[in-house]
Design a protein around this ligand. Sequence first.
Ligand SMILES: [Zn+2]
Length: 123
Amino acid sequence: MRIPRTVKLGNHEFKVIYKKTIRHPGKNGEECYGLCDYDSHVIYLQRGMHPSKKSEVFFHECLHAIDELFDLRLGEKKVNLLAVTVMAWIKNNRIDFGVINAKRKPRRNRAHTKKRRSKRKRN
Ligand SMILES: [Zn+2]
């Protein structure tokens, strides 16, 4: 999973910033893998995590942002459960969402298409 430098959540854009050490201000400065700062619209991720862990933490922090933006009241336990289960679902089923943002191929010129087909017949 490619982690973008900024992520749009609702109508807001959050920056993604990597830090060596992240301390959770709500948990007595306990060290954590990620943190979502709703006020400054920043998602912090710990530098150097394994790619699968990084994806899970990124998704987890995005869920926190969505939870806050839409007042879903999920809380830590449900956000964590959703992050782990949805990421496992994507990974275990090899789901690729790349097609969502894929640009449509331009339509071929009909004359060009016919020409190519006739070429094939000759060979
Ligand atoms: Zn959390």
